[in-house]
Write a protein that binds this ligand. Structure first.
Ligand code: C2E
Ligand code: CA
Ligand code: CA
Length: 640
């Protein structure tokens, strides 16, 4: 019962639903009241004073009509729960006032006229109460008030009138209204339950939607949410070109963290980083975890480039702060790529790819910072696409050749091995540098075929090399992570007849970082066949010394960038540190990029035995190499 006669509070979730239902019936109720009152006034017009038959009902009907119009124009869907609760309280109070007014008027009129007119008053009271109960079903407290007030006054008057017919009518009507109140109470309870279960269903469906859009590890919105919001932003911006920016962030050293400490620590790192990124979210900034160690943000009204870049750099810095778990301290850097709508693109894929492209560049050139996708990048993409298109239609076996660059053993003064370097002369583009076409082949999925084609060529050439000279060959990052390619490489080596012990395969750190476990397994398979494995371009990536230690390598090629400064104290000590590392790990160190006699001497003084570079010999076609290369005095002739 308490539930039925409660005072409505702002937090009451049924208020809006009650008001919605009431709005459908209350205008009708006012119309009904007006019609009934007019009818009663008409029958009493010749008998009662004008004040009672015209004045009073006139006021009542006017108020009723005004209230009906007000209800009719009410916009419940625009109301807050607070406003709805106030409206319900006001309606309840007004109901009491109206009840008193109507019943008092009817009872006063009852004193005029004969039995017919009195009968009309009784009918007026009875049907009006019943109509009120029906129309106020969704506001039981008001229905109870009407019934209580009207029936109370009516019964009182009938009892005091001593007229047993009226008394019977009053008792009869009271009985009917009591029964109707019971029905109303039951219906209202069912209504409240329905509203509650609807609210619960809505809550569950909201929760489902939230879970479907949340990444459970970081509690951040997930990739699906990100792309949904991106789609909405693009749609909203299409007509008016409102600006927004999309940025992607990627942790720089997350993989080594996972590999070194395991996935549990990796997950904990992400769980710490999640709230750090969430701290940057506001009504203009949407943050999300895109997957793995990649995060994305969308920024509405990003402002001038310096501002949004500074904002993204602040995110990089926040995500990169060291994380401590017990005695483990994890430091993962973070780099970002940024693309602005509509300059960088007008659809989701284009924008995302542009931001990703900028991210790739920040990883390469400005680690720890954010790079904004620019016109230069757009031009580079176009150039890359041209290479890709030419590569797709190229006759690889006819257009690709290998040049060879010797690697000198300074202990013996002889050529220890030659490195095969791919060359492509495209009929449309002319000579394309290997850096460009290898990257293009990786992007368009041609690298597997290209590696095998070049390897077969190199192995065929290798069989013609003087005995004692080895062959070194470069693998791309993707080759190592594809078990099919690794098996095909092993098969090609076996089929060539070239002694695997004379073969070195060069891998870059990117290849190892991509999938450390797979890379390790692949290296083991290659070495099991007798193939030596070299880590190429050492020092340019993010290999930590401990990382190299955990890989089954044979050689390390010190990147040529170190040779440029080898005559300075710092450069010299860097090279000597790397060579010490090689010695400690039992690896051969090879200095790349020796361009001058001074560099060769400096490297030699640091104890470097193997050297490669323009000073020793430039890459050359195989026939030239063979001509220059004789088993005796090879190095002397090369340098001549
Ligand atoms: P890399 O493996 O580090 O190859 C050495 C690069 O340095 C070669 O460039 C070589 O010509 C150049 N070089 C050698 N000595 C010197 C020197 O003294 N000074 C300077 N400035 N440069 C020197 P190239 O032939 O343009 O190759 C570039 C890169 O392309 C290679 O770097 C390698 O990563 C990749 N690459 C070349 N051939 C292949 C291949 O067959 N397969 C794969 N996957 N990658 C290849
Ligand atoms: Ca190489
Ligand atoms: Ca190299």
């Amino acid at each position: 019962m308490l539930n039925l006669v409660r005072i409505h509070h702002a937090k009451d979730p049924t208020c809006i639903s009650q008001l919605t239902e009431l709005r459908k019936h209350i205008p009708t109720l006012y119309v009904l009241l007006s019609v009934n009152s007019c009818a009663l006034a008409v029958t009493h017009y010749p008998l009662a004073p004008v004040l009672l038959t015209l004045g009073f009902p006139g006021v009542l009907v006017t108020v009723c009509v005004l209230r009906a119009v007000r209800w009719w124009r009410m916009r419940v869907d625009e109301m807050s729960q607070d406003q709805a609760a106030i409206q319900l309280r006001r309606t309840t109070a007004l109901t009491a006032v109206f009840s008193v007014a109507f019943v008092s008027w009817a009872m006063i009129l009852n004193g005029y006229g004969g039995p017919y007119e009195q009968g009309h008053v009784a009918i007026f009271v009875a049907i009006t109460v019943i109509a009120c109960i029906f129309c106020l079903t969704h506001l039981p407290v008001a229905a109870f008030l009407v019934t209580g007030i009207v029936m109370g006054v009516f019964l009182f008057c009938c009892i005091t009138s001593q007229n047993h017919v009226f008394l019977a009518i009053a008792v009869n009507t009271a009985f009917v209204t009591v029964v109707m109140m019971r029905v109303l109470a039951n219906n209202f309870r069912a209504f409240v339950q329905l509203v509650a279960s609807q609210a619960e269903a809505d809550r569950l469906s909201d929760e489902n939607a939230r879970l479907a859009h949340t990444d459970s590890l970081t509690e951040l919105p997930n990739r699906r949410y990100f792309f949904q919001k991106l789609g909405e932003l693009i749609q909203a911006s299409a007509g008016n070109d409102a600006r927004f920016a999309l940025a992607i962030f990627d942790l720089d050293r997350f993989k080594p963290v996972n590999d070194t400490y395991g996935h549990v620590v990796g997950d904990r790192v992400l769980a710490v980083i999640g709230p750090r990124l969430a701290a940057f979210a506001n009504e203009n900034v949407t943050v999300s975890r895109l997957g793995g160690d990649e995060f994305g943000i969308l920024v509405r009204n990003p402002g001038p480039p310096e501002e949004i870049i500074a904002f993204c750099d602040a995110i990089c810095a926040a995500l990169a702060k060291p994380i401590r778990f017990g005695n483990i301290q994890v430091v993962t850097g973070c780099s970002g790529g940024l693309a602005k709508y509509p300059r960088a693109g007008r659809d989701a894929d284009a924008l995302f790819d542009r931001a990703d492209y900028a991210l790739y560049h920040s990883k390469e050139h400005r680690r720890g910072k954010t790079i904004l996708f620019s016109q230069e990048h757009e031009d580079a993409i176009r150039a890359e696409q041209i290479v890709e298109t030419a590569l797709r239609t190229a006759d690889l076996s006819a257009e690709m050749t290998l040049y060879y660059q010797p690697i000198l053993d300074t202990d013996t003064g002889k050529i220890a091995l030659v490195e095969g370097l791919a060359r492509w002369t495209s009929p449309q583009l002319g000579r394309v540098s290997p850096d460009r076409f290898i990257a293009a082949a990786e992007r368009c999925g041609l690298i597997h075929d290209m590696t095998l084609l070049l390897l077969r060529k190199a192995l065929a050439d290798g069989t013609r090399l003087p005995p004692g000279i080895g062959l070194s060959f470069n693998l791309s990052a993707q080759d190592l992570t594809s078990p099919d390619t690794v098996l095909a490489i092993l098969a090609a080596v076996r089929a060539s007849g070239f002694d695997p012990h004379r073969l070195t395969l060069e891998l870059t750190e990117t290849a190892l970082m991509r999938d450390f476990d797979q890379a390790k397994a692949a290296i083991r398979m290659l070495r099991a066949l007798g193939i030596a494995v070299a880590l190429d371009d050492f020092g340019t990536g993010y290999s930590s010394l401990g990382y190299v230690h955990s890989l089954p390598l044979d050689k390390i090629k010190i990147d040529r960038s170190f040779m440029a400064g080898i005559d300075t104290d710092l450069g010299c000590s860097l090279v000597s540190t790397i060579l010490d590392l090689c010695r400690n790990l039992g690896l051969e160190g090879i200095a790349e990029g020796i361009e001058t006699a001074e560099q060769q001497d400096a490297a030699r003084r640091q104890g470097c035995r193997y050297m490669q570079g323009y000073f020793i010999a430039k890459p050359m076609p195989f026939e030239d190499l063979l001509r220059k290369l004789t088993p005796v005095e090879a190095a002397d002739r090369l340098q001549a």
